[in-house]
Every structure is written in structure tokens, then in C-alpha cells.
Design a protein around this ligand. Structure first.
Ligand SMILES: Cc1cc2nc3c(=O)[nH]c(=O)nc-3n(C[C@H](O)[C@H](O)[C@H](O)COP(=O)(O)OP(=O)(O)OC[C@H]3O[C@@H](n4cnc5c(N)ncnc54)[C@H](O)[C@@H]3O)c2cc1C
Length: 483
């Protein structure tokens, strides 16, 4: 049967984009359908990854400048800098990224069509655009890369004026003096440290009783020290949250309770200028017409796939956030590509066992592999090596004394089991460890090879020596370790 396209992709975020690019390289006819009237690129470019990082970068530069020149720190950033100026940097980046995505698709002869796509049957997509026009296209394969949407809060509304969300925080007109963030995850800590670096007093109200529980203990401790220094407060187990404006005091009040509070039912009030709601997200899977075709969802509505992102219907694939964990742009790029390889190549690929994670807080955090606790629980003879940024020359040169790189390894084989970093450049640094780990190297790599100096990578060398000392103290002869 002849189809209009080899693959139709719903959604132009990282999963859809990478599938489109890879499929075009295979010489296939590709259509990307995007529901957003104004932008391609999804949350990746327009409301998530890139804009939040652009704002963070500006805050980081201001913080570094103030650390370097204490005279500059006498005035709080909110009375010195205009939010408009900070955001204009982000706007330039977004415009250029949007143009790049558009150009890349055009250069690779990928067709795009604007409108909301649904499946009529397993080979037919119907797209309704904003004028109400409806068009149908046929295709051999489908990739569902429709991402997620925020679940609206209970007990208050996001008015995009006082209570902001992922989108409206990026159009704020001034740097707030006080901000309450409602959220328990990575985005909460990223925005908290970004605004704190701009002088804002930040409180995070988290509904969970654990904050970032997946972090290695040492990293969590370092983070706690940083948060204390920045006076960022985290209130755990917060619930029954409501928001109201106190006209008399000219402030916003965030009422909440704390589960497991000794004083049962006690109400707490936080005064603030703005509230940032970073609530949980749900997959955009329910209005695509999947049930009638037999595409299976899990209990939370995420599309079920196999290792090559194929759904329960053979020619329909799903990748990116709509397919569930880990819900990152980094992983979505790989997933979209892997789906395309399965569709069009006899040599399909799958996701690597270990993928790195990054939290773009200030300072940033990144990790791959097992934490010390997980490695111990798995029965390894665990050893660790640590390097503190205050002992790295680049830390001195760059005035970055806060940070830690920790290598978790197997004492018997010296093979790396996990790497955990908090500090400047953590998200880049992790990849050196990732490569050594994935290529089967062990901690001796970092002592046997010459590395640039000064550079943050020196942390690997120091951590490796520290780890070797650990093994030596445990009774293994030095000569034997280095052999
Ligand atoms: C504040 C924030 C910061 C983040 N920071 C990072 C980070 O630093 N690193 C990282 O790796 N990840 C980060 N993420 C996560 C990252 O943005 C997402 O994992 C990624 O964008 C998911 O990509 P995707 O392709 O699945 O979908 P999305 O990027 O969500 O794109 C989905 C697209 O599908 C379109 N669509 C939906 N339904 C239809 C339909 N029926 N027809 C046609 N089009 C449709 C939508 O309009 C949208 O454009 C962040 C997210 C947020 C919110």
C-alpha cells in the first residue's frame, strides 16, 4: 500500500525532532505535526529545558560577579537589575533555537504541519488546525511524541499574575523579593537557586516527605549546606495549600498544613510576593484516539513501549515524556532516534543501561550509576573516592570552593559503579566518568592519564587517589592496586 508519508510524528519536541532528523537521514518521507500555533520545539525550547537554563545562566553570572567583587554584592540584584534585561537574553536564545529547529527540518526536507493530530486508524492521522480546517494524511509508521501537561492545582488558580507556572514565570516583569515555590522535584530546586541568586528569598513547599531522595548521601549533604547558605527553606509534607491576597498588608498569603504535624490540623501562613506552581505533569495521551486502535497505556496514562519504543501496535511508536520515565530532553533525543532506527534500519539500537542525570541548580548536580547506599545494598565491596572543589586548582582560580566529586567503585576490581558531582560544570564533568565507566575502565584511568591543568576534571584524579588510599587503608598493597 502507498502512503503519503513513511512516518508521521505528532509533536516537535526533542523526541519528535530527533526521530524526524534520523528518519530523513534514512531517506524517508517525514511529516511533523505540531499543535502549538507559534513554536516548534515543545517544552524543550519554549517552556522547559532551554528557557529555564538561559535564565539560570544569567543568575549564575550575577552571583559569580558578586562573589568575585564583594563591593558589588552590597546591593541586592533585585534592586540593581531589571528582569526585562535578564529575560531578553533568554528571548534571544529562544528565537535563535526556534529558527535553528525550523531550518534543520527544512534543510532535511522534513514537512511540517500545524494543528492537533489524532489517529483515525493505525495508518491515518487527522489534523485539525486553529482555523478549524481538517486534513488527513496516511503513513506507514507513527511516532507519538506529544509530551506532558501540568495538572492544575487544587485549592487555588494559576492566574499568571500572582500565581505563576512553568510558562508565566518566564515573562515576569521584575525580580521578586519573596517567592514561594510549590513543587517537590528538580524544577523546584532549579528555580529556587536561580531566584535566590538574584536576591529573592525563596521557600519551597513540597508535598513529599523526602526531597530529591535519589541523591547520594554526600551530595545531599553538600546541597543542604548550599541551601542553608542561600537561606532557601524547604518545607516538606505540605498539603491543603491555598493562596489568597491580603489587600491590607499588600501581600500574598500561602496557607498550608503539614502532614504528620504534631499539632494536628495546625495552619501555617507564608507571606510572599509571588507563588510559582511547579505541579506534577500528566501525559498528553488521552485525546489522541489511542484506545480504539489498541495502543496500551499504563495506570497513569503513559504510553507503554518496549525497549525500541514500539507500542502495543506494531507500526506505532511513542517516545519522550509521553512514554514515561525519565522524562528528560536528553533521553528524549535518544529515544526518538532509537524509534526511527527500529522503523527503518535492520540494526536497531536501544537505550544504554546507565544514563546521566543533571540538576541545573546553582551549584549544579549530576550523577550516573549507583549511589554508595545502592551499591552497598547490591552487595558490592564498596569503596569511594572524594574530591572537594576547594582542593582543586580550578576551584581556586574560578573562586568556586563549593563542590564535591565522588566516585563509587568496587574495591576488588576498582571498576566504577557510580559518579556523583555537585559543583560548577557538574553536568559536563559527568561525561568523562561516564565514558570511562561505559568503556569498562576503572579508577586507575584517572591517575594513569595526563589531564589538562588547571581544569575541573582534576577532581577525578584527586578522587581516584583518594579512593586508592581508601583501598590501601583497607589492607591492599599499593603496588597491587596500581598494577
Ligand atoms: C522547567 C523545565 C526544565 C527542564 N529542564 C530540563 C533539562 O535541563 N534537561 C533535560 O534533559 N530536560 C529538562 N526538562 C524536561 C524536558 O523539557 C522534557 O523532557 C522534553 O521537552 C520532553 O520532550 P518531548 O519530545 O517528549 O515533548 P515536549 O518537549 O513536551 O513536546 C511535545 C510537543 O507535542 C505537541 N503536541 C501535543 N499534543 C499534540 C498533538 N495531538 N498533535 C500535535 N502536536 C502535539 C506539543 O505542543 C509540544 O510541542 C525540563 C522541563 C521543564 C518543564
Amino acid at each position: 500500500m502507498k502512503y503519503d508519508y513513511d512516518v508521521i510524528i505528532l509533536g516537535s519536541g526533542p523526541a519528535g525532532f530527533s526521530c524526524a532528523m534520523q528518519s530523513s537521514k534514512f531517506g524517508k518521507k517525514v511529516l511533523v505535526v505540531e499543535a502549538n500555533e507559534n513554536h516548534l520545539g515543545g517544552a524543550w525550547i519554549n517552556s522547559g529545558t532551554v528557557p529555564s537554563k538561559a535564565l539560570r545562566e544569567t543568575a549564575r553570572i550575577i552571583q559569580r560577579f558578586q562573589n568575585q567583587f564583594p563591593e558589588e554584592a552590597k546591593e541586592k540584584p533585585y534592586s540593581k537589575y531589571l528582569m526585562g534585561d535578564l529575560l531578553s537574553y533568554k528571548d534571544q536564545i529562544l528565537q535563535s533555537k526556534n529558527e535553528k529547529v525550523q531550518n534543520d527540518l527544512q534543510k532535511n526536507e522534513v514537512d511540517t504541519y500545524r494543528g492537533y493530530g489524532t489517529l483515525i486508524d493505525k495508518n491515518t492521522i487527522e489534523v485539525k488546525n486553529w482555523n478549524g480546517d481538517v486534513k488527513q494524511f496516511t503513513t506507514k509508521f507513527v511516532l507519538l511524541a506529544t509530551g506532558t501537561s501540568t495538572i492544575p492545582p487544587n485549592g487555588f488558580n494559576v492566574d499568571n499574575n500572582i500565581v505563576l507556572d512553568y510558562n508565566s514565570i518566564l515573562s515576569l516583569t521584575h525580580i521578586p523579593r519573596r517567592l514561594v515555590i510549590l513543587g517537590s522535584g528538580i524544577n523546584a530546586i532549579e528555580y529556587a537557586t536561580t531566584f535566590s541568586s538574584l536576591g529573592t528569598r525563596v521557600t519551597i513547599l513540597s508535598d513529599s516527605d523526602e526531597f530529591l531522595p535519589f541523591l547520594d548521601n554526600d551530595i545531599a549533604e553538600e546541597l543542604a549546606v548550599c541551601l542553608k547558605k542561600s537561606a532557601i527553606e524547604i518545607v516538606k509534607s505540605a498539603n491543603n495549600i491555598s493562596v489568597s491576597v491580603n489587600d491590607l498588608r499588600g501581600s500574598v498569603e500561602v496557607m498550608h498544613q503539614i502532614s504528620n504535624d504534631k499539632e494536628k490540623g495546625r495552619k501555617y501562613v507564608l507571606e510572599t510576593e509571588h507563588v510559582l506552581y511547579l505541579g506534577p505533569k500528566k501525559p498528553n495521551s488521552t485525546k489522541l484516539g489511542l484506545e480504539k486502535i489498541g495502543v496500551k497505556l499504563d495506570k497513569d496514562g503513559f504510553i507503554k513501549t518496549n525497549a525500541t519504543f514500539q507500542t502495543s501496535v506494531e507500526n506505532i511508536f511513542a517516545a519522550g515524556d509521553v512514554a514515561g520515565f525519565p522524562r528528560l530532553a536528553s533521553a528524549s533525543f535518544s529515544q526518538g532516534r532509537i524509534a526511527s532506527c527500529k522503523m527503518f534500519s535492520s540494526d536497531p539500537h536501544s537505550m544504554p543501561e546507565q544514563i546521566p542525570f543533571a540538576i541545573y541548580s546553582i551549584p549544579e548536580i549530576s550523577n550516573i550509576g549507583l549511589t554508595q547506599k545502592e551499591a552497598t545494598e547490591k552487595g558490592y565491596n564498596v569503596a569511594v573516592g572524594r574530591a572537594y572543589y576547594k582542593n582543586i586548582t580550578q576551584g581556586d582560580v574560578s573562586n568556586q570552593q563549593t563542590g564535591l566529586l565522588k566516585i563509587v567503585f568496587d574495591q576488588d576490581s576498582l571498576k566504577i559503579l557510580g559518579i556523583h558531582i555537585i559543583g560548577e560544570r557538574a553536568s559536563d564533568l559527568i561525561h568523562l566518568g561516564q565514558s570511562v565507566m561505559n568503556l569498562g575502565g576503572d579508577i586507575r584511568y584517572f591517575v594513569d592519564h595526563v589531564m589538562n591543568y588547571p581544569a575541573y576534571s582534576e577532581a577525578y584524579r584527586i578522587a581516584a587517589f583518594n579512593g586508592i588510599n581508601f583501598v590501601h587503608k583497607a589492607g591492599v598493597k599499593y603496588k597491587k592496586i596500581l598494577k
